[in-house]
Design a protein around this ligand. Structure first.
Ligand code: AQP
Length: 342
C-alpha cells in the first residue's frame, strides 16, 4: 500500500484563537483527521509569531492555550497519523529556511503583497527582516514534510506559489526530486469570518479592538454582547447581498450563523423575515456559544494538566522531527555540506 498523502497547516499563537480560526481552519482539520485519509502535521507557528514583538511570559501561555484548544476542538495528538507540535520545537524549520533563503531572490520577496501591506501599516522600526523573509520560512514549513496539500486562502496563494518556485529551483539545481511539489487544498464552504466592528476586514486575533473578535474562550455573556454590538446597517433586513458593502455586517453574521447551523442564506432570511436585527444577533450569539461551550469545557480540563500538554507536545515534536530530518539531511547533502550525523 502506498504511503498516505501529507497535509500541513499551522496557527499563530498571537492570542486566543477566534471563531474565524475555528470555522475557517480548525473545524476542517478535525474533519479531515476524522476521515483519516491523510497524514497530517499541525503546528503552532511560534516562529512566525515573533515577526511582531511578543511579551515572553504571555507568549508561553498563548502557545499552551493554542495547543490545548486544538486538542479540545478535536485534534487528537495520540493518533498515529496526526502530529501537533510547536514549530520552534523542531529546529529543522529554521535551518531549512536558511538554506531555502539562499535559493530565493530578493525581488521575489519584495513582490509579496502581504509584505507590502503589513509593512505599510507598520510603524517605523517595526519592519524587521523576519517580516520580509517569513514566506521563506513558510516554504520551509511545507517542503520539510514533503507536504502534498496545504490549505490556502486567497491571501496566501502567492506564498504557496513562492514555495513551489523555490522547490522547483532547488530540485532543478541538483537534478533530483528533493522536495515534493505542494498543491493547494481547497475546502468547500469554508467561511471567511470578518471583524464584528469593521466587517470589511477579516476577524484577526491581534486586532486591537477586542469587540471585533469572538475568542473561543469568551463566556456566554461576552459572546452575546459582542454580537449585539456588531456593526450592521439601518435597513433591519436579514438578507444576504454579495458585494454590497453596506450589507457587509449582516452578510458576515449570516455567514457565521450559516457556518454554525449549516442553513442556507435563503433559509436564514426566511427564519428572520420581519424580525429585527436584535433577535437575529441574539440567535447568532447563542448558536455560536453552543458550539464553543463543549470546546471550552474540554479545554479547561486539558489546560490544567501540564503533564498532558508537555508529554503530548514532546511526542508531537518527536513525530514531526522524524518526518522532517530525512528531507533536511538530503538538502544538506545536495548542497555539499559534510555528512550530517543524526
Ligand atoms: N477571519 C478568518 N476567517 C476564516 N479563517 C481564518 N483564519 C484566520 N483568520 C480567519 C484561518 O485560521 C488559520 C490560522 O490562522 P493564523 O493564526 O495562522 O494566521 P492569520 O490568518 O493571520 O490569523 P489571525 O487571526 O488574523 O492572526 P493574526 O492577527 O495573528 O495575524 C489559517 O488557516 C487562516 O486562514
Amino acid at each position: 500500500m502506498s504511503n498516505p498523502k501529507r497535509f500541513l497547516s499551522g496557527i499563530q499563537p498571537t492570542n486566543i484563537p477566534h471563531i474565524g480560526n475555528y470555522f475557517g481552519a480548525i473545524k476542517n482539520w478535525v474533519k479531515s483527521q476524522d476521515e483519516g485519509a491523510l497524514e497530517a502535521f499541525y503546528f503552532i507557528a511560534d516562529l512566525h509569531a515573533i515577526t511582531v514583538r511578543q511579551d515572553p511570559l504571555k507568549f508561553k501561555e498563548q502557545i499552551m492555550d493554542c495547543y490545548s484548544l486544538l486538542a479540545a476542538a478535536g485534534l487528537d495528538p495520540d493518533l498515529e497519523k496526526t502530529a501537533i507540535f510547536a514549530q520552534s520545537h523542531v529546529p529543522e524549520h529554521s535551518e531549512l529556511a536558511w538554506l531555502l533563503g539562499c535559493f530565493t531572490q530578493f525581488g521575489e520577496l519584495s513582490r509579496m503583497t502581504q509584505f507590502k501591506e503589513k509593512s505599510e501599516k507598520s510603524k517605523e522600526g517595526e519592519v524587521n527582516v523576519g517580516l520580509f523573509s517569513y514566506p521563506v520560512l513558510q516554504a520551509a514549513d511545507i517542503l520539510l514534510y514533503q507536504a502534498n496539500y496545504v490549505p490556502v486562502g486567497k491571501d496566501q496563494k502567492q506564498h504557496l506559489e513562492l514555495a513551489r518556485n523555490i522547490a522547483a529551483r532547488f530540485n532543478q539545481a541538483y537534478n533530483d526530486d528533493v522536495f515534493t511539489m505542494p498543491e493547494p487544498y481547497i475546502t468547500q464552504n469554508t467561511a471567511k469570518i470578518m471583524s464584528l466592528s469593521d466587517p470589511l476586514k477579516k476577524m484577526s486575533k491581534s486586532d486591537s479592538n477586542p469587540n471585533s473578535c469572538v475568542f473561543l474562550l469568551d463566556d456566554k455573556d461576552t459572546v452575546i454582547k459582542k454580537f449585539k454590538r456588531a456593526v450592521t446597517d439601518s435597513e433591519a433586513r436579514v438578507e444576504y447581498r454579495e458585494n454590497d458593502e453596506t450589507k457587509a455586517g449582516v452578510n458576515n453574521l449570516m455567514s457565521i450563523y450559516g457556518a454554525v447551523t449549516e442553513k442556507s442564506f435563503s433559509d436564514i432570511q426566511k427564519e428572520f423575515d420581519g424580525r429585527g436585527y436584535g433577535d437575529f444577533k441574539t440567535a447568532v450569539g447563542e448558536t455560536v456559544f453552543d458550539i464553543i461551550k463543549p470546546i471550552q469545557e474540554k479545554y479547561y480540563t486539558l489546560r490544567s494538566d501540564r503533564t498532558y500538554i508537555d508529554t503530548r507536545m514532546k511526542k508531537g515534536a518527536d513525530k514531526a522531527a522524524k518526518a522532517a530530518r530525512p528531507t533536511l539531511c538530503k538538502a544538506r547533502e545536495k548542497i555539499g555540506f559534510l555528512h550530517y550525523i543524526i
